[in-house]
Design a protein around this ligand. Structure first.
Ligand code: CDP
Length: 561
């Protein structure tokens, strides 16, 4: 097994390694990878596969940190809690029964380590009539607070914070309340918010026409608003708090691989997986930083890892149990998996390509196109061995494939720490910093250390000075070419964040987790312009974070989706 750094060891010990009833850790990191590999590979038996050989290959790809499945798989595979998916979407209908059913399902999913997304768009607006009681309705935002409190009480499997995505359609009469909900401190702490827009909304903006807000219970137009002013309110709140993000539902629906099964109205908590109601998705990420040969991408190795990754995730679906029968049924029909990438910035450093350059967008495009093509080749091969996913015939896929989707770019908030690489496709935040989780983790960029040492600089002294700094561009002692390779999220212009996100999205079935960072000095109009550009680039969603905004965002410092 490749050696683990101290951050990875700490994270594994605190969150992932099995413990006995007294709380003592009872497995080593290598035993963890063996446990997961053995459990997943046991799925091969039903298809006449070679269980032992597959187990060895799964173990190797994880132990070498070439590919890691999402946290619930690492935590739960081969344990009593055999729930392996990170992402869920639950339906919420306009009735007390449905709301509280979703609430109890949410509790079960959080307990098993999954995150939940919901569209609250079907709930009648605040002040509407409640027939049964003759009372007045409290509206979606008020019900979301119940989900929030429940989440607060149930930490995920006792090991991580529960996370939710709350979506509301922009035509809902409570849209302004929803959009402004996180303006107050400590409200909806366990939610990310996304306002769902569609073509009708953007067309109204382009045409300079009023936009209808509609009561979902009666389909009646309640009032008309200036869509431009509404977009400005969204931008204002995102400027202030980072929430809400914007979803482009029409773009999402256009990529729905199984439209006959229903429409997509919501995503998982960090936005990278749009799902049908009751769907779940198992994710896993390829560590790009471990697929470099000298100063080029090791394409052969990457191909092998992607093929193995799809197999790992398809076996994970086979092995996973789900806390709600409807979810088990839906997952069995579509078998969505999400192979993604992490360590993209590290890869760029190894290729000597600055994140802020046009060449970085070309690398993004080339790498993700390759991952996507190979993931589909792997899914086609699995379909030959095991049959296509049951809803395949009525899906948009022309050739038989095993999975309705194969690719997703996840945030990899924790698994990138285990792999020791930069998170997802994000640029780095700092070259050395304290991550305020698990009692504080000291993170330093090894590539930076190696490079400055090779230039004869004292890395220790330098890192002390650079600790927690969000840019190194003003440090005179660092050579310019090094500075260019270690541009941080804060150094990069929003258009570059968007260009990289768009390049990945062009070759990703699901969505791409990415935060567009803005300087503290950015204006509300700048935020609005990011939203418009995101739409022009055919993104499925967009999240901004302005330096110094009062973060109410779930999952960490600034970046999340
Ligand atoms: O790195 P890891 O596998 O732990 O997760 P991630 O890539 O940062 O997040 C992937 C997805 O896991 C998120 O979009 C959520 O759906 C879910 N998640 C969650 O439910 N709770 C958390 N505390 C972190 C992630």
């Amino acid at each position: 097994m490749a050696s683990l750094d101290s951050v990875a060891r700490t994270v594994l010990r605190r969150r992932y390694l099995r413990r006995d009833e007294t709380g003592e850790v009872v497995e080593t990191p290598d035993e963890l990878f063996h446990r997961v590999a053995a459990d997943l590979a046991s799925a091969e038996a039903a298809f006449g596969g070679d269980v032992d050989a597959t187990e060895a290959r799964f173990h190797e790809v994880m132990a070498e940190r070439l590919f890691l499945p999402n946290s619930p798989t690492l935590m739960n595979a081969g344990t009593d809690l055999q729930q392996l998916a990170a992402c869920f979407v639950l339906p919420v209908e306009d009735s007390i029964e449905s709301i509280f059913e979703a609430l109890s399902q949410t509790a079960c999913i959080h307990q098993s380590g999954g995150g939940t997304g919901f569209s609250f768009s079907k709930l009648r607006p605040e002040g509407d009539v409640v027939g049964k009681t003759g009372g007045v309705a409290s509206g979606p935002v008020s019900f979301m607070q119940i989900f929030d409190s429940a989440t607060e009480q149930i930490k995920q499997g006792g090991r991580r914070r529960g996370a939710n995505m709350g979506v509301l359609h922009v035509s809902h009469p409570d849209v302004e309340t929803f959009v402004s909900a996180k303006g107050e401190a400590d409200v909806l702490r366990n939610f990310n918010l996304s306002v769902a827009t569609d073509a009708a909304f953007w067309d109204a903006i382009d045409a300079g026409e009023p936009y209808d807000l509609v009561n979902p219970r009666t389909d009646e137009i309640v009032r008309q608003v200036d869509p431009e002013a509404l977009l400005e309110l969204v931008a204002e709140m995102a400027w202030e708090t980072g929430d809400p993000g914007v979803l482009f539902l029409d773009t999402i629906e256009a990529a729905n691989p199984t439209p006959q099964l229903g429409h997509i109205e919501a995503t998982n908590p960090c936005g990278e997986v749009p799902l049908l109601p009751y769907e779940a998705c198992v994710l896993g990420s390829v560590n790009l930083a471990a697929h470099v040969d000298g100063e080029t991408v090791d394409w052969d190795r990457l191909r092998e890892t992607v093929h193995l990754g799809v197999r790992v995730l398809d076996d994970a679906i086979e092995r996973s149990t789900f806390p709600v029968p409807e979810i088990a049924e839906r997952v069995a029909e579509t078998r969505k998996v999400g192979v993604g990438v992490m360590g993209f910035h590290d890869l760029l450093v190894d290729l000597r390509v600055p994140y802020g350059s046009p060449a970085a967008v070309e690398v993004a495009e080339a790498v993700m196109r390759f991952v996507h093509d190979e993931a589909w080749a792997a899914s086609r091969q699995l379909a030959e061995e095991r049959g296509p996913f049951p809803a395949w015939e009525s899906s948009v896929h022309e050739t038989p494939v095993r999975n309705a989707t194969t690719t997703t770019v996840a945030p990899t908030g924790t698994i990138s720490l285990l792999a020791g690489c930069s998170a997802g496709i994000e640029p780095i935040y700092n070259v050395a910093y304290t991550k305020h989780v698990l009692g504080g983790l000291e993170i330093r960029n090894d590539r930076f250390v190696d490079m400055v040492e090779a230039r004869g600089l004292d890395a220790e002294v330098l890192l002390e000075d650079l600790h927690d700094r969000t840019t190194i561009q003003d440090v005179e002692s660092i050579p310019d070419d090094v500075k260019r390779l270690f541009q941080t999220a804060h150094d990069l212009p929003p258009r570059q964040h968007l260009a990289v996100q768009a390049a990945f999205q062009r070759h990703t079935d699901n969505a791409v987790s990415k935060t567009v960072n803005l300087p503290a000095s950015a204006s509300v109009a700048d935020v609005e312009s990011v939203f418009r550009t995101a739409r022009e680039l055919d993104l499925k969603g967009v999240t901004v974070f302005r330096s110094g905004a009062s973060t109410g965002q779930v999952l960490g410092e600034a970046p999340r989706r």
